[in-house]
Design a protein around this ligand. Structure first.
Ligand SMILES: *Cc1c(COP(=O)(O)O)cnc(C)c1O
Length: 421
């Protein structure tokens, strides 16, 4: 049989994926051979309330009984309107308009296009370059690939094909608990200022993942950098885009990572946790200032964008229910408890391979010197009934927020035992 199914980030030659999930409940994946694994990474961090949550299942079922999807072009529906209202109510103050799409990458493409057209509508068509951060990851589509780390990110092979952006180094370290300062705040802010001095005239926006740069290597940096970036963007008249696809919905301890710095970006992007892992959905939020640039007569000022599945009703219904769970289940308290356990447990992860451990919110990271030192960890964890997927030079856990404390300690124990061998 030819291999019909092509897997992500995988060399297909010789690949034989055996772990066949037949059901999933809470934090457990059940495989076809009867084994049950504790999921330490919540399906790329999006299944924030756990699998098959009864409230979320019911929200999807109830909406299915009405309709699954209708186009948002020329029609409207309550699930999309109500989710937009609910997001604006909890977002950093000033973000009051919501544009839906269907994945984090596309949500970020929307943000880029919005920033570029913002300047065009203001008569500044030359402003289409972006200032982004080293270690960044903003998705896999062409526009946002150009914002990923140009040297050691996953997209450097495409360098010659991508639009050229400008990069600065963010602070490295001191953004969470544990871990050393490798590039200090002052130096990073000075570098950012220098880049803005040189380039502000042709920049559309500064783009960052606030506090936690996830798929680009799990660098944590302090809230003070975000505050400085906000002030510098204002000083130089550059828009600020925060990509909260990974950090949004509690991952760093507050509902949004921007909150920890008390800032409002001009544009903020949400996906992953937005629909709690049920369906593809993203939200690109904009301030009145951004939105107002698109108001006018006819199409020439309008934002001409509209994915087929924009505002999908099932996705919006489950996202609204997921947001309500934060209150009903005191989710932020659960995240604080996870953070305490991770801090305690990961300090005990030691071994010659370990460069450092880092914790912020419901994210715990072990960085090693050489990626070869993580070869075999996935199978080792699976033998202990834990699902982990190390990434480059990082082993990490980003669990569902309902993860029980003994299970979380078990996950950390697997890491401790692996590095102590
Ligand atoms: C995952 C991720 C994306 C891309 O989201 P997709 O839904 O996979 O397209 C963009 N930005 C960040 C910060 C992410 O973590």
């Amino acid at each position: 049989m030819p291999q019909t199914l092509w897997y992500p980030y995988a060399q297909m030659r010789g690949l034989d994926v055996q772990d066949d999930v037949v059901s999933a409940h809470g934090t457990r994946l059940r495989l076809s051979d009867g084994r049950e694994l504790i999921d330490a990474i919540a399906s790329w961090w999006c299944v924030i309330h756990g699998y098959a949550h009864p409230v979320l299942d019911a929200a999807v079922a109830a909406q299915t009984a009405n309709f699954a999807h209708v186009m948002l072009g020329g029609l409207t529906h309550a699930p999309a309107r109500e989710l937009a209202d609910a997001l604006v109510a909890v977002a950093p103050p000033g973000l009051s308009h919501v544009f839906f799409a269907d994945s984090g990458s596309v949500g970020m493409e929307v943000a880029m296009k919005m920033a570029v057209q913002f300047w065009r509508n203001h008569g500044e068509a030359g402003r289409h370059t972006f200032l982004a951060l080293r270690h960044a990851y903003h998705g896999d589509t062409t526009g946002v690939m150009s914002l990923g780390d140009p040297l050691d990110g996953m997209h450097h092979r495409f360098g010659d094909y991508l639009p050229k952006q400008i990069f600065v180094r963010p602070p490295e370290g001191a953004g969470g608990h544990q871990g050393a300062i490798r590039y200090p705040l002052d130096a990073a802010v000075a570098e950012l200022r220098a880049a803005l001095v040189s380039h502000h005239g042709h920049l559309a926006a500064f783009v960052c993942e606030p506090r936690l740069q996830a798929a680009g290597g799990f660098n944590l940096y302090p809230a003070a950098y975000l505050r400085a970036a906000r002030e510098l963007c204002d000083e130089f008249g550059v828009l600020m885009i925060c990509d909260e696809v990974a950090t949004g919905f509690g991952r760093t301890g507050t509902l949004f990572a921007c909150e920890s710095a008390g800032i409002t970006p001009d544009i903020m992007v949400l996906a992953k946790g937005l629909s709690a892992g049920y369906l593809g959905l993203s939200a690109t939020l904009a301030t009145d200032k951004v939105y107002a640039a698109f108001l006018g007569e006819g199409d020439s000022q309008a934002f001409l964008h509209g994915p087929t599945f924009m505002g999908n009703a099932l996705a919006c219904a489950v996202a609204k229910a997921s947001l309500a769970l934060f209150q009903q289940e005191k989710t932020l308290d659960k995240i604080a408890a996870i953070e305490r356990v991770l801090c305690e447990e990961l300090t005990t992860v030691r071994g010659s391979a370990v460069v450092e451990t880092r914790v912020l919110g419901a994210c715990g990271v072990v960085e090693v010197r050489d990626r070869a030192q993580l070869a075999g960890l996935q199978a080792f964890a699976k033998d202990r009934r834990v699902w982990l997927r190390p990434f480059d030079r990082v082993a990490y856990t980003m669990p569902a927020y309902i993860m029980a404390e003994p299970d979380l300690r078990l996950i950390c124990g697997v890491l401790r035992d692996w590095f102590a061998r």
